[in-house]
Design a protein around this ligand. Structure first.
Ligand code: FMN
Length: 388
């Protein structure tokens, strides 16, 4: 058996293999950002600028890589970000990733625009699943969705607020993806060159039909008289206000997080409104190409909300070292979206499991360089602490 850690020791290796194995329209859907993709590159560049002072002669370390969030102990300080149409990247990805999260005791967040419904995935999360919602316009539909999400075994609700409009995603458009995917001659031509993905997907399509926005489509057709409003885009593409936030907060019994926050004042207000954790993210540069890197805004958000308020972080994380960087700048917990999908596209479910191993090993390797057995004291190791 091949030792993946020998042949594919970094997320970058999985990315390269995923790129070869996915038809172009799927690859461009997974990998593209918006505009000139400057913010996506900036996420990477700004993480690389964060440096630590290595330590020497500190004796043996007894590592503890675990991390708790909201009173819950996780084996590692990271989890799996919500990715819409995850099952297009690899059939049943949502089920595989939910099982992986449970098996390794890390959180998995199911997207509200996934190819699986909450009832398929919730039971695999051991009552600890996170569910991400794009806010439905219709309050009745929203309430029914939340009832189903809760009954399926999800306990944490995540509201994403950085998609007030669909973004351009020019590269994704050029790749030719449509919703739902159609087998045009062009897409067919792409699929011929990627037999592993195509055969696996064909098998799944025979069983379950084309990958689609399964949860949303349970409700299309229910938005009243105007058929032009009865489609997925209309139902969920809305820009909620503070009243909407309160309705969600009051209607959800369990931890409630808000994802896509980049401004300290917003984070402070969300804290005041009773949101349990703020998720600092620029959606991996997929929404707004004029945004700072999410790591750039993290210190100011930490400063604004105080030392004890839970902050989650994502966008551009590719290694254990990146995770340490975000922890050092004030994050409590780190999430990764594309990395797990590069893994599953590259090697199926074992590729996603390999991502957990890569990150865990890299965490320990780099903590060792800092002379730290755990994440306590990381900030003091920064070579250039951020200006207050
Ligand atoms: C293909 C793709 C689909 C995504 N779909 C969603 C989604 O449905 N809901 C959401 O809140 N974020 C979504 N995101 C954003 C991720 O949750 C996450 O913020 C981002 O991927 C983190 O950056 P990373 O991929 O560099 O780890 C998506 C990201 C990708 C790459």
């Amino acid at each position: 058996m091949t030792d993946l850690d020998q042949t594919h020791p970094a997320i970058a290796d999985l990315r390269l293999r995923a790129r070869r194995r996915l038809p172009r329209f799927v690859w461009d859907f997974l990998d593209s950002a918006t505009g000139a993709e400057t913010t996506a590159r900036r996420n990477r560049g700004k993480l690389d600028e964060i440096l630590f002072n290595p330590a020497a002669l500190f004796g043996e370390l007894d590592y503890n890589l675990g991390r708790s969030l909201m009173g819950r102990d996780y084996a590692l300080p990271f989890g799996i970000s919500p990715v819409g149409m995850s099952g297009l990247v690899w059939p049943d990805a949502e089920l595989h990733l939910a099982r992986l999260g449970t098996a390794r005791n890390i959180p998995y967040c199911l997207s509200g625009v996934a190819t699986k419904i909450p009832e398929d995935v919730g039971p695999l999360t051991d009552g600890r699943g996170w569910f991400q919602l794009y806010p439905p316009r219709d309050a009745e539909i929203r309430d029914d969705m939340l009832r189903r999400v809760k009954a399926s075994g999800f306990d944490t609700l995540v509201l994403t607020v950085d998609v007030p409009e669909p973004s351009r995603r020019e590269r994704q458009r050029r790749g030719g993806i449509t919703h739902p995917p159609h087998l045009t001659p062009r897409i067919f031509g792409q699929c011929i060159t990627t037999p592993a993905w195509s055969l696996e997907t064909l098998r799944a399509v025979r069983k379950n039909g084309m990958p689609r926005l399964a949860f949303i489509e349970d409700y299309t057709g229910q938005t009243g008289a105007m058929s032009s409003t009865a489609h997925a885009g209309y139902m969920i593409r809305t820009s909620p206000g503070w009243d909407y936030l309160r309705a969600l907060r009051d209607g959800w019994d369990g931890p409630f997080f808000v994802k896509g926050v980049m401004v300290p004042e917003d984070a402070v207000r969300l804290k005041k409104e009773g949101v349990d954790a703020v998720w600092v993210s620029n959606h991996a540069g997929r929404q707004f190409d004029g945004s700072p890197a999410s790591i750039e805004v993290l210190p100011a958000i930490r400063e604004a909300v105080g030392p004890d308020y839970p902050l989650i972080f994502d966008s551009g994380v590719e290694s254990g070292l990146d995770i340490l960087r975000a922890l050092a700048l004030g994050a409590d917990f780190i999430m990764l979206g594309r990395a797990f999908h590069y893994g599953i596209a590259a090697f199926g479910p074992k590729g996603a499991a390999h991502v957990v191993d890569i990150l865990a090993r890299d965490l320990q390797a780099n903590l060792g360089q800092l002379g730290l057995p755990s994440y306590e004291g990381l900030a003091a190791k920064l070579a250039h602490p951020p200006a207050p």
